[in-house]
Design a binder for this molecule. Sequence first.
Ligand code: PRP
Ligand code: URA
Length: 207
Amino acid sequence: MINEVKHPLIEHKLSILRDKNTGTKEFRELAGEIATILCYEAMRDAKLDEYEVETPLQKTKVNKINEDRYAFVPILRAGMGMTQGIETLIPNAKIGVIGLYRNEETLKPVKYYYKVPRDIADRTVILLDPMLATGGSAIDAISMLKEDGVKDIKFLCIIAAPEGIKRIEEIHPDVEVYCAKIDEKLNDIGYILPGLGDAGDRIFGTK
Ligand code: PRP
Ligand code: URA
């Protein structure tokens, strides 16, 4: 299911992210900050374990998230731009990576790397990629994680196209998708409109 997270801070940060004059440093920082807000929303249903601690005054019951229940998996390259923003919230989560790039003619994702924690099947995976365009990359990444036994996956993206949302909901209806904005459509070479351009190039400064 798609969740478009609505918040004035997201609107504000997105306005700078979309601007073609925004430079690499600021773009990277903003992608991380938006990821933090998306993760905050995605973790509303996080399970809490009760503990007892002693404050300077008395013993009291407290609730903690078990960070060992989580793994972050950025889709390379652009997903790396969101990772730092998530690490600030769950610093002890393990991190895997999935390397995929889109073939520019077919728009089909090509896998070039896959490395995830050995106990990934026991964790909730927060999958990261700023762009959900045709949906091919996210769908393949989710399928790979499911083949490894992962049962609980949340996908965080910054911009989602209606075409990609439709496909991901058809193929992986169990995956909750959190995005900062649902955009209008794809253009004829598979870029999101109005979008923000090529997220990987803007995060890594490669163009
Ligand atoms: C971009 C983006 C997604 C993918 C989205 O990656 O970061 O991974 O395209 O498109 P899709 O929904 O149509 O699959 P890209 O292939 O440009 O690779 P990069 O991150 O290495 O730049
Ligand atoms: N990948 C990007 O980086 N941007 C798009 O608009 C579509 C796919």
